[in-house]
Design a protein around this ligand. Structure first.
Ligand code: DAH
Length: 340
């Protein structure tokens, strides 16, 4: 029996030392020290021993058990430490490596020009207001002196939702909404999306953007309109830019005009961009029609005002020399990245 115990000790020691991982060691613990293990098997036979042999073998059995147990614990500890060391080595982070650059977005050219334009007008004491894109016929046309029968409606290919509701064709309804609400004095710009049933090409889109301007106060004259718009254009395109006004017709202004600016490319000499004219049409404007003031409850005997409407697409394209409007909507990063 003594020999059997020694045999167990040798086998166990050899196997524990050779065990590759904690799981293998645990299996050896069960095999040698478990309830149905080899050592227990030997101890069960103790009854057959004589009274003198029993304490000697008992002591040896205990010693073998403790020896194997201690060996198992030590091996477990070593293996755990080795596993940790290996993991630390595998998961090492090199903090000196360059980081990955996060993708950084930029502002769309519309936003760049619009914020420049807002800055210019805010600097001249204007407020920025916004209004609905789904608009009443009443505000989009009726109150602007364009009753249902008016031919000027036909030039705006309108998306109607019902007979009296439509996608606004212009930002001019914001004049009416503002005058109705605030009366006078008023000094606002109203940027926003507008819609017309136009086919897409290099200069047309069914969705585009306008910025409306409106000033109403006592003693406002056409010189205020001219001076303000000249300053605006010169701030946007440079102090050498000249402007000119041509008579025009809008039902909601009287007199009405279109404003041209000297071609920013040739300086007015004439080039392919301005089609040899030296001038580029930039916006519509005029003195608010007395009837429109009256419609909004403002006394045209006391107050006068001017208004203008400018296309954001047009001034953005001029600003950056973009020759196709579709580029502004396609969101091609190769195009957009050039502005940041
Ligand atoms: N609403 C006009 C358009 O869409 C632009 C315009 C012209 C606005 C004259 C005005 C204005 O306020 O006074 O073409």
């Amino acid at each position: 029996m003594k020999e059997a115990l020694e045999q167990i000790r040798r086998t166990a020691d050899g196997l524990i030392a050779a065990a590759a991982d904690e799981k293998a060691v645990d299996e050896l613990r069960v095999r040698f020290l478990g309830k149905k293990g080899e050592l227990t098997g030997i101890l069960k036979q103790m009854g057959r021993l004589s009274a003198e042999e029993r304490p000697v073998i008992g002591a040896l059995a205990n010693e073998v058990r403790e020896g194997i147990d201690a060996h198992i614990r030590a091996r477990m500890k070593d293996l755990a430490e080795a596993a940790l060391t290996a993991r630390l080595a595998a998961e090492t982070i090199d903090v000196t490596l360059p980081g990955t650059q996060p993708v950084q977005g930029g502002l769309h050219p519309f936003h760049l020009v619009l914020s420049e334009l807002k800055d210019i007008f805010l600097g001249m004491g204007f407020d920025v207001v916004e209004g609905p894109e789904v608009e009443l016929d009443h505000y989009n046309f009726e109150m602007l002196n364009m009753p249902k029968s008016h031919p000027a409606r036909d030039t705006q290919d309108t998306f109607y939702i019902t007979e009296n509701i439509l996608l606004r064709t212009q930002t001019s309804p914001m004049q009416i909404r503002t005058m109705e609400q605030k009366k006078a004095p008023i000094r606002i710009i109203a940027p926003g999306r507008v819609y017309r049933s136009d086919a897409v090409d290099a200069t047309h889109s069914p969705l585009f953007h306008q910025i409306e301007g409106l000033v109403v106060d006592e003693g406002i004259t056409f010189t205020d309109l001219k001076g303000t718009l000249e300053v605006f254009i010169q701030k946007l395109y440079g102090p050498e830019t000249r402007v000119r006004f041509r008579p025009h017709h809008f039902p909601y202004t009287e007199p009405s005009a279109e404003m041209d600016m000297s071609c920013f490319k040739c300086g007015g000499k004439g080039c392919p961009l301005c089609k040899g004219e030296g001038w580029i049409e930039i916006l519509g404007c005029g003195m608010v029609h007395p009837k429109v003031l009256e419609n909004c409850g403002i006394d045209p005997e006391r107050y006068s005002g001017y208004a203008f409407g400018v296309g954001l697409e047009r001034i953005t394209m001029m600003r950056y020399g973009i020759d196709d409007m579709r580029l502004l909507y396609e969101n091609d990063l190769r195009f957009l990245k050039q502005f940041n």
